[in-house]
Ligand binder design. Structure first.
Ligand SMILES: NC(=O)c1ccc[n+]([C@@H]2O[C@H](COP(=O)([O-])OP(=O)(O)OC[C@H]3O[C@@H](n4cnc5c(N)ncnc54)[C@H](OP(=O)(O)O)[C@@H]3O)[C@@H](O)[C@H]2O)c1
Length: 260
């Protein structure tokens, strides 16, 4: 008889915030195995070389239903208990509806929203009391953000979805937290600027944090059963502003900020 294996699944683990989650979950010895998912198998293998927990590098494009089905088959093909799910795969684009092409906008919605929901649904049956979910949203979820519009809307979706799911999970002992940082120094900016408007529509990533700080605060917030992990004071202030200030005013503020 084969024993249940405790695993942690981290999407977007080839770079930035996801890679940092892999490192910090490795240090905390939360699982027997880490499953790291992204498109770049080589980068995932590199992450596995740098950590001590055994793991699997799963090359998958999570904006594609067939790749999600492949992950589902892997999970169903054994006796796995998922201790942690971190959904960090995602990307944004700077620009307007004119300068971000339709394919990029659709891919953003497919990955940031549908891929995240699909991953969560396929993992939940393999979770039990004490299992943890961290969904990487963004402070962009707190208000509409012109020139980062579809991205911000996709992150608002992640935040709302995670909050609703928490209620549905009430009594199961499974904790879900939405991580909503402001800017973080990762590969995000390079991808976001690859549009016609990308070089000038958002001037600077003001006050960008280190991924290590954001991730350690996210893990703590999740341990404390917080619904939302802001990971910084500016993000917390933006969260309050998003709740009490009308969107037309926050958008005017953003218009000034993004031109700096
Ligand atoms: N950096 C910021 O300022 C910031 C702020 C708030 C929230 N976030 C969020 O944090 C999350 C992680 O981003 P990051 O900042 O760490 O950026 P990053 O360094 O560019 O990492 C993005 C990760 O997502 C993976 N990915 C991209 N497209 C994918 C696809 N179709 N299928 C599977 N994996 C895919 C990438 O790997 P491959 O390219 O190998 O597939 C990479 O591992 C994102 O959801 C982002 O929206 C970032």
């Amino acid at each position: 008889m084969c024993a249940t294996k405790r695993i942690a699944i981290i999407t977007g683990a080839s770079s930035g915030i996801g890679r940092e989650f892999a490192r910090q979950l490795d240090e905390r010895h939360v699982a027997d195995e880490l499953w790291l998912i992204a498109r770049s198998e080589e980068a995932l293998e590199q992450v596995l070389e740098d950590i001590s927990t055994p793991g699997r590098a799963i090359a998958a494009d999570l904006s594609k239903a067939e790749d999600i089905d492949r992950v589902r088959l892997l999970l169903d093909d054994g006796d796995f208990l998922v201790a942690y799910l971190v959904n960090a795969a995602g990307f944004g684009k700077f620009g307007s509806w004119k300068t971000i092409d339709q394919a990029a906008e659709n891919a953003m919605i497919d990955l940031n929203c549908r891929g995240l929901v699909d991953m969560t649904r396929l993992v939940l049956p393999h979770m039990e009391r004490g299992s943890r979910i961290i969904q990487v949203a963004s402070a962009a979820a707190f208000a509409p953000l012109p020139h980062m519009n579809v991205y911000a809307a996709s992150k608002a979706f992640v935040l709302r979805y995670t909050r609703g799911l928490r209620w549905e999970l009430h009594g199961t002992g499974i904790t879900a937290t939405a991580l909503c940082p402001t800017w973080v120094r990762t590969g995000f900016e390079k991808v976001a600027r690859q549009t016609d408007g990308g070089q000038h529509d958002v001037g600077h990533l003001l006050g960008a944090q280190k991924a290590s700080t954001v991730v350690s605060r996210a893990l703590l917030a999740n341990k404390l059963h917080f619904a939302v992990a802001c990971a910084s004071i500016p993000s917390f202030v933006l969260r309050i502003i998003g709740k009490v200030v009308p969107s037309c005013i926050t958008m005017a503020g953003w218009e000034a900020l993004r031109r700096i």
